[in-house]
Ligand binder design. Structure first.
Ligand code: UDP
Length: 493
């Protein structure tokens, strides 16, 4: 896709994500795509510490402008220098969300003081308040959802309607989403399960998500053919265009992602995989910030050992302990790590693993994942089927999509408060990894089909007929923004 022209280069696109790595990184990936492939100038807006952290991770020669909006966490009853969810314990995250409302006046002045009005504002789902600002300035507005459409649609429906508060039953339907047959209470994230309707999470989400529905459109980090049910929800609910533009290219954000402390040299990890048979290793990770309970940790370890399978496990201390702390021996079966090392059966990685390198390796067979949307897209981009263990947010809905609709997943457990048994871990591993003539084979085949679907969606051929759906959607989005710009100019004359 090379549609850049001088005129486009002069157009400025504002990107404004919420202050969490899971939002900042996909927005950065989107910013780099918009700049590199479409040739627009991008202004990336955030609080000072997030901008300062991102600055060194931008590639050389980028023209992306990073703008700091004044913010001090201590003014909001938060610990000093706390501008990102990755430095906050869970109970304080809602306070960071609420404090983001204080960015409104400085965001207005930023837009007001620009010499040329921007072509569009692309803002976070938690920043619904930006819609009215864009409207007041006559600027095209879009929300960019870094999660999948299906998972996000259920998330929106649950927070906007709170059906769980209107019944005592364990199962309920979603009033504005009949395509989803039933949700079980155990599929609610902790904050939704504990919601009263007037608690801080409910008040914030109901307000901000409802405001985003008035945006001029939604950009979603997904693939059209993979996620039709969720895309259809947003199209019906908003009556506005919804563009499936994913997966955004994370390889461009490598430096920003990798400023986490690596728990292993990537070369050693690859060497370990090289020394194992093709299609024989289970990769286990709960993403960048989630962890399980200590009893779950123990049962998972016993299940892994008894399964007889090879594995790489990105291991973190259980809930209630410092997530970046040391792993204590009492959390694992006696001698577990040594036995696994001696038998060359299992590799425990602390802190941070080179996930893309692991998933793309031919020895990796299956991914036991918390089903964060990035992990799902990465796994499926390499045709790796999934064992699901959702912990929070939209992850429960993502598992539902993967298991019931796309059929590339089996769920092994739910949440980090439930009891699990090692027999269940063994049963699911056996079903998926030993059953390559039955369920396992079916999942692998489907995952490979999805891998091709993703490749097709991002194909960048200059011939329109060969362009992938995500590439076309991104172009359509900018055509729409330019059209609105022309219309506003004509109305002004
Ligand atoms: N990730 C990684 N190494 C790790 C853990 C996570 O590279 O040890 C990356 C992973 O590749 C993905 C992101 O962190 O891109 C996690 O995003 P996801 O949406 O899956 O989950 P979240 O962390 O937001 O819950």
């Amino acid at each position: 896709m090379n549609r850049s022209s001088m005129a486009q280069r002069q157009e400025n696109v504002i990107l404004f994500p919420f202050m969490a790595q899971g939002h900042l990184i996909p927005y950065l990936a989107l910013a780099l795509e918009i700049e590199k492939k479409l040739g627009y100038t991008v202004t990336f807006v955030n609080t000072p510490l997030n901008i300062q952290k991102l600055r060194p991770s931008l590639p050389p020669n980028t023209s992306i402008r990073l703008i700091e909006l004044p913010f001090s966490s201590s003014d909001h009853n938060l610990p000093p220098n706390s501008e990102n969810t990755d430095v906050l314990p869970y109970p304080l995250i809602i306070r960071l969300l609420e404090s983001s409302l204080s960015l409104k006046p400085s965001f207005i002045s930023l837009i007001h003081n620009l010499t040329h009005p921007p072509l569009c504002i692309i803002a976070d789902m938690f920043f619904g308040w930006t819609v009215d600002i864009a409207r007041d300035f006559g600027i095209f507005h879009s929300v960019f959802l870094s999660g999948g459409a299906y998972g996000m649609a259920i998330y929106y429906s649950i927070w906007l309607n709170q059906p769980q508060l209107k019944t005592d039953s364990d199962e309920f339907s979603l009033p504005d989403f009949p395509q989803i047959f039933r949700i079980h209470r155990s599929q609610l994230a902790n904050n939704a399960a504990e919601a009263t309707g007037t608690d801080s999470w409910s008040v914030f989400y109901k307000t901000e998500l409802a405001l985003t529905l008035k945006s001029d459109g939604f950009l979603i980090n997904t693939v059209e053919d993979l996620d039709l049910i969720g895309l259809d929800y947003f199209r019906r609910k908003t009556g506005k265009p919804v563009w499936a533009i994913g997966p955004v290219n994370y390889s461009l954000t490598y430096k920003a992602r990798s400023n986490k402390v690596a728990g292993i040299n990537p070369d050693l990890c690859i060497e370990w995989l090289d020394n194992h048979q093709e299609d024989s290793v289970l990769y286990i990770s709960f993403g960048s910030q989630n962890t399980i309970s200590s009893s779950q940790l123990m049962e998972l370890a016993i299940g892994l050992e008894k399964s007889g399978k090879n594995f790489i496990w990105v291991i973190r201390p259980p809930i209630g302990f410092d997530i970046n702390g040391e792993i204590r021996s009492e959390w694992l079966p006696k001698g577990f790590e040594e036995r696994m090392r001696e038998k060359n059966r299992g590799l425990l990685v602390r802190k941070w693993a080179p996930q893309l390198e692991i998933l793309s390796h031919k020895s990796t067979s299956v991914f036991l994942s918390h089903c964060g949307w990035n992990s799902i897209l990465e796994s499926l981009s390499f045709g790796v089927p999934i064992i699901g263990w959702p912990i929070a947010a939209d992850q429960f809905n993502n598992v539902k999509l993967l298991e019931e609709e796309i059929r590339v997943c089996v769920e092994v457990a739910r949440g980090n408060r439930s009891e699990i048994k090692h027999e269940d871990v063994m049963r699911v591993i056996d079903l998926v990894m030993n059953n390559r003539k039955g369920k396992g084979e079916e999942m692998k085949k489907k995952a490979c089909e999805v891998r091709e679907m993703i490749k097709d969606a991002i194909k960048e051929d200059d011939e329109a007929s060969f362009k992938g759906s995500s590439v076309k959607a991104m172009e359509e989005f900018f055509d729409k923004a330019l059209l609105m710009r022309k219309k506003t100019k004509m109305d002004d004359q």
